[in-house]
Design a binder for this molecule. Structure first.
Ligand SMILES: CC/C=C\C=C\CC(=O)SCCNC(=O)CCNC(=O)[C@H](O)C(C)(C)COP(=O)(O)OP(=O)(O)OC[C@H]1O[C@@H](n2cnc3c(N)ncnc32)[C@H](O)[C@@H]1OP(=O)(O)O
Length: 243
């Protein structure tokens, strides 16, 4: 699954007729996080190596691979909307915090469970959760304790944008949001995502410089006049070529 997630988001990022991605889970839970047996197996494979440097390199390589998998959501230029139902544990929080938007059902619950399996979270939660919720005290409490928190609390701290009564309602509403985004200029939407991601950990001046250079090129495209004229004339929504 690690491999498929990375391949999937890389492929969708490069698939012209995909404009928006909705990520949801099948079955009883959104995700129970990393397969614990595979984690134990990995530790034992590292243990079999003859010396500490090689053990360290083995761990480092897998962590990098897993980090890149989660980061593939962020690197993907198409907006990723995630919909969580029931449990979202450990790697699930890493995954959704790399998405652009998060929604959940009333029965959803979350846990930054890594400390309880003896790990410091290493595939994104520690970097992204504090920024997503904008409150380092609550982010740290959740990371240090691994405690379960409800959909309601996730909404209160800003982890999710909205809580829906059930999965069908959540999916229908989030699909409407996705359709709305997909109707807009893909150049404008994707450049917006690229700049938001670039700017999230940099000074404003760097982000401004980045968008200035991007738009010096992108503003020469056909989507800007098409959209601007439709807005100004209250004309029908324009159609845009895929990127
Ligand atoms: C480089 C490192 C990269 C990433 C690291 C990520 C770290 C993490 O993800 S830490 C989190 C690890 N996950 C957990 O600790 C979750 C433990 N499981 C649970 O809390 C619950 O099982 C549940 C996910 C909330 C689901 O509960 P429920 O719906 O009640 O089902 P269960 O009966 O408990 O489980 C069914 C069945 O699945 C097995 N299982 C559940 N989660 C895992 C898992 N993460 N790994 C392996 N197996 C799991 C559970 O043991 C049950 O198995 P049976 O054989 O049916 O007993």
């Amino acid at each position: 699954m690690w491999q498929e997630i990375g391949e999937c988001f890389t492929a969708l990022s490069n698939t012209a007729d995909c404009r928006v991605i909705v990520l949801s889970g099948q079955g009883k839970n959104f995700t129970g996080g990393i397969d614990i047996q595979s984690l134990v197996q990995l530790a034992s494979e590292a243990d079999d190596l003859p010396d500490v440097a090689r053990k360290a390199r083995f761990h480092s390589n897998f962590i990098k691979y897993a980090q890149d998998t989660i980061t593939s959501l962020e690197v993907c230029v198409k907006p990723v909307l995630s919909v969580v139902h029931s449990a979202c544990v450990g790697a699930g929080v890493d995954l959704i915090t790399a998405a652009d938007m998060r929604y959940c059902t009333e029965d959803a619950w979350f846990s930054v469970r890594e400390v309880d399996v003896g790990l410091a979270a290493d595939v994104g939660t520690l970097q992204r959760l504090p920024k997503v919720v904008g409150n380092t005290s609550i982010a740290r409490e959740l990371c240090f304790t691994g405690r379960k928190f409800t959909a309601q609390e996730a909404k209160e701290i800003g982890l999710v944008s909205k809580v829906f009564p059930d999965k069908d309602t959540a999916m229908n509403t989030v699909m409407d949001i996705a359709v709305n985004i997909a109707s807009k200029s893909p150049i404008a939407v994707q450049t917006t995502k690229i700049n938001l991601v670039y700017s999230q950990s940099r000074p404003n001046q760097d982000g401004l410089e980045h968008i200035r250079l991007l738009n010096a090129v992108m503003n020469q495209g056909e989507d800007l006049p098409k959209s601007a004229i439709a807005q100004a004339t209250k004309g029908p929504p324009p159609e845009f070529d895929n990127v």
